[in-house]
Design a protein around this ligand. Structure first.
Ligand code: CTP
Ligand code: CA
Length: 227
């Protein structure tokens, strides 16, 4: 059912949002990161607050402003993000908008790595925990609605549909971040929403509009009890 504008359909609900990139240290002055401004995550958190939700916002080092009205938990690495997410649960819904670095340096150095006559440092990488999949597959205390994002550069709907199944989440919000779309770092987004029943292409719109529409959908899904 459609909801009144101005209504607070998420009053009394707790929604967890992850956002921003993560930084994985190489040494005290260098890190591996993902490209993400955190703008879509901030817009989403603000849209959820507007609908009355209590929002916990677990964010890596983002350049976007922090969402007003949310409880902000700043983290740096994927491991810290996983721990902060675990500490923030339970939640009615969880949205994973963070661009988590897939790899960390297996043994970061406490001291700055110095150049040595052209000898190159070898970085051994280890895979980071999949925070979204961990929550989506919780045996007990799983949020009723678990939503992932998928940033793809090609075969967007097919890749994101496979990702939804692999991770066990309810919805995937897929977007095309190939160079030339201007989406990465821009103010607009063009997303495809993938649910259990299929996929919907949304027209290109501002990130705040994507956020409002998604927050509205989430409120309807929680109200209908059927995700
Ligand atoms: N994600 C996460 N923890 C990770 C990696 C990803 O929580 N270690 C979440 C992201 O926040 C996003 C979703 O998983 O909601 C999809 O991220 P994406 O990078 O597209 O998926 P990957 O499984 O890492 O696949 P890819 O090889 O395409 O990067
Ligand atoms: Ca990834």
């Amino acid at each position: 059912a459609a909801l009144d504008p101005g209504a607070k359909p998420l009053a009394g609900r707790h929604v967890l949002v992850t956002s921003g990139p993560t930084h994985e240290p190489i040494d005290p002055v260098r890190y591996i990161a993902n490209r993400s401004s955190g703008a879509q995550g901030t817009a989403l958190a603000e849209a959820l607050v507007d609908l009355g939700a209590r929002v916990t916002f677990v964010t890596g080092p983002a350049s976007a402003p922090m969402p007003k009205g949310a409880h902000v938990v700043p983290v740096e690495t994927a491991a810290e993000m996983r721990d902060a997410v675990a500490a923030a649960l339970p939640a009615d819904a969880a949205i994973f908008a963070a661009a988590v670095a897939d790899w960390r340096v297996e043994s970061g150095s406490d001291r700055k790595i110095k150049k040595q006559d052209g000898a190159l440092p070898e970085l051994r990488l280890a895979e980071n925990p999949d925070i979204l999949a961990g929550v989506a597959r919780m045996a007990e205390g799983r949020p009723r609605l678990v939503v992932g994002f998928a940033a793809e550069t090609h075969d967007v709907t097919a890749n994101a549909t496979a990702k939804r199944a692999r991770k066990g989440c309810d919805w995937i919000v897929a977007n095309d971040v190939s160079p030339g779309t201007g989406i990465m770092g821009g103010s607009e987004n063009a997303v495809t929403l993938i649910t259990a029943t299929g996929s919907e292409d949304w027209p290109r719109m501002g990130k705040a509009d994507v956020a409002r529409r998604l927050a509205q959908r989430l409120a309807e899904a929680l109200a209908n009890e059927d995700g």
